[in-house]
Ligand binder design. Structure first.
Ligand code: SF4
Length: 371
């Protein structure tokens, strides 16, 4: 069976070419052709010896997920609907801004964690995405948007001028819980950071988690990148109701894991995501509890206006409530921002994006609902 080279990071590719009797530098050449140039035809890899090209054509292929639809919204947001087999589809979203271009990618088809405010969670879990399906989302976006080398360096900040490559930042914030697919997420992260592939700095790659405590530690050990945590409630009683995973990993353990992570992280703060649900988690007392929690870990808080979906049972907090909540946190010295609602709110919290994909897929893309 042919090996999909998109499934292999530098280490895997080195092992693969060694199996063909080739030297390690061939792996670096291949990485550049596959990821930098977005090439799929071995015959066009002109600096690779013909004999190796022939071997590769027999034993390998470069197969990203199939693009079902590719659309650009009025505000410049671009979305790809990708087929990941057996009736499952995932969406990848590119969000262009003045100083950066952010790609939001998925790591699982569906999600097992059943957060109550998330339509993906309501639809259940299908399977983990393969490395090729995770990195394939960046591969597709880069090929479509431009392939000039990224300028990612560890000392860059987000305020830096925009890199030449359209995708300057990646967030693993689409469908699924990345830390429950760590075996495939880590090689994909390594490819994002690899100078022969995408060359993004660790600060420009963010993993978003609902709070899988042991896996936060594992990510810190294996491939520390920026970390966002979907918090959404300031106490265990409410978080247990909104996010069942909190019963397994309550807030005290989660905060301790965040503090441990910061010892290895490329940034000196954790981003806490907090979806604003009217009458549920948006009161003055909630803000006071959140301030106490936030003082335990260096952090920034990102308030997310809820994106309602049919049957959710929640509504978005009114604009004035969000403004007051934000001001209360800022006045207490907690750096807090409210996520801008774009044309289609594609920057929503972990899972909300994917939920909308499924909600919209039949209408927008003329596709049967994913399983
Ligand atoms: S919010 Fe994230 S972790 Fe929770 S169910 Fe949705 S996709 Fe899963």
């Amino acid at each position: 069976m042919s090996v999909n080279l998109l499934d292999l990071d530098a280490q895997g590719l080195t092992r693969f070419v060694a199996g063909l009797g080739e030297k390690p530098f061939r792996a670096r050449q291949l990485l550049r052709w596959v990821h930098r140039a977005g090439e799929t035809e071995f015959a066009r890899m002109t600096d690779i010896a013909r004999s190796l090209r022939e071997k590769l054509a027999e034993r390998a292929l470069i197969a990203p997920p199939r693009v079902l639809r590719d659309g650009v919204s009025a505000d410049g947001t671009r979305k790809w609907l990708l087929d990941v087999g057996r009736g499952n589809a995932i969406e990848t979203v590119f969000i262009p801004e003045a100083a950066r271009g952010t790609l939001c990618i998925s790591t699982q088809a569906g999600c097992a964690l059943a957060c109550r405010f998330c339509s993906t969670g309501r639809q259940g879990f299908n399977r983990n995405l393969a490395v090729a399906e995770i990195i394939g989302q960046l591969w597709i976006a880069n090929r479509a948007l431009g392939s000039a080398p990224a300028r990612g360096r560890a000392d860059e900040d987000e305020s830096d001028a925009r890199p030449e490559r359209a995708v300057s930042n990646v967030v693993l914030m689409g469908m699924g819980e990345p830390l429950l697919n760590l075996d495939h997420v880590v090689p994909a992260l390594r490819l994002m950071l690899d100078d022969n592939a995408y060359g993004l700095s660790r600060r420009r790659v963010t993993v978003s988690t609902s709070g899988i405590v042991p896996m936060i530690d594992a990510l810190g050990e294996e491939c520390p990148v920026a970390l966002a945590v979907s918090l959404h409630a300031p106490n265990d009683e409410l978080r247990n109701r909104l996010m069942p995973i909190n019963r397994k990993y309550p807030l005290r353990e989660l905060m301790a894991a965040c503090a441990r992570y910061l010892k290895r992280a490329p940034r000196d703060f954790i981003t806490f995501e907090y979806v604003m649900l009217e009458g549920v988690n948006d009161g003055e007392a909630h803000a006071r509890e959140l301030i106490e929690l936030a003082r335990a870990v260096p952090c920034k808080i990102n308030l997310i206006p809820f994106n309602p979906f049919a049957g959710s049972g929640f509504t978005r907090s009114p604009h004035e409530t969000i403004r007051r909540f934000n001001a209360q946190l800022n006045a207490a010295g907690i750096v807090t921002t409210t996520r801008r609602t774009r044309g289609e709110d594609i920057e929503a919290a972990c899972g909300q994006l994917a939920g909308r994909v499924r909600e919209r897929a039949p209408r927008t893309f003329g596709l049967a609902r994913a399983a």
